[in-house]
Write a new protein. Sequence first.
Length: 409
Amino acid sequence: MNKRGRHPPAGSASAVGAAERSRASASARTFEQVCATLAPRLRARFPELEANLSSLVDGISNPRELAEYLDSLHVNRPAVLKYIVDVIELGERHAPGIPPAVRVSARLAARSGVSLDAVLGRYSVGNAFFSDVLLEEAERIEISRSNLRRLLHRQATTFARLLETVSEEHVRETESRPTTAGGWRHKYIQGLLAGRLPSGEVELDYDLDGHHIGLMAMGEGADETMRALAKRLDRRLLVVRGEEEPIWACWLGGRSPLGAESALRVLAELAHEQVLVAVGEPGEGLSGWRFSHRQARAALPIAERRRQHIVRYADVAVLASILCDDVGTLSLQQLYLEPLEKGRDGGKAARDTLRAYFATQRNISSTAAALGVDRSTVQNRIRTIEELFGRPLSDFATDLETALRLIAD
């Protein structure tokens, strides 16, 4: 300013000099300095950006799109803004990765039947608006042309990566969508089992609010056996099987409770050698429906290992829990089963003796009678087993019995 406190006229030498100094200062700033200056200015405008992006996107919303996808946009918009500004400030190598909200929203769009073109159109509208704001702020801090070109290139690269991710997620979800009514039904049930409330309407013809018993069945004739069981018990039957899975997930449902004993009794009359069935415990409501299925699913591997045609979860709960733990299963095998295999017959006599011993509540005489041998033979076999493990059988009988239940000779 001059002595009177006024700015020099625009055309004066001092004004021209000030403008040139300003441009020189702008040119001297590094690109990183420019980005560091721009980032907080852009973040300060987030509320304005979100409000305008919301109105622009809502203006092209299709009323037929599901609410779940539209709701995801409220999370996606701020996440995308933050991501773009982080990349502008830090560069792609140092900025956080593409937000999970971007992937979630793209998948929800595909599930909702929103086309990829419509989704990418939303991003293009938003990018155009963000570009205007970016240019406004770049002009205000007077960045050089070379830095502006680098800035716009960084933004374009970031936007292209966003579109690439969105496209990949949308296509992946679209390709995984079922193409048949049975496929939709299977996916819907899988969603319920996973604890989600899947979008869309699928007719199950089954009351999820009632009482349930979950079953898992496999083998030739499993489907027919389950239908016969439901008919005999006067229960509604829900069955589902994956397209490439030989296992049926089934539920018996009704308005009144059904004891597992009743289902087991009828199953014993219906089952044949080709069918294996695992039975969960009774449950009520959606959570009971889900939990009974999980119990049946946990018990099925035991039926397969033992080649036992009918297994109830309550009878094998501890063993089922161990089988879910790879460390526990492998440890039992190494600690208790492999040592027994060192016998001349591969350990078969020892295993038979131990099974009879445990089944008769560890009574020597009853074990001998069950095996058709004398008491001394049983005593000698048990003594040999104790010498093999180097400790009294009573010290590890429970673990050994559990390990034996993992296998069937």
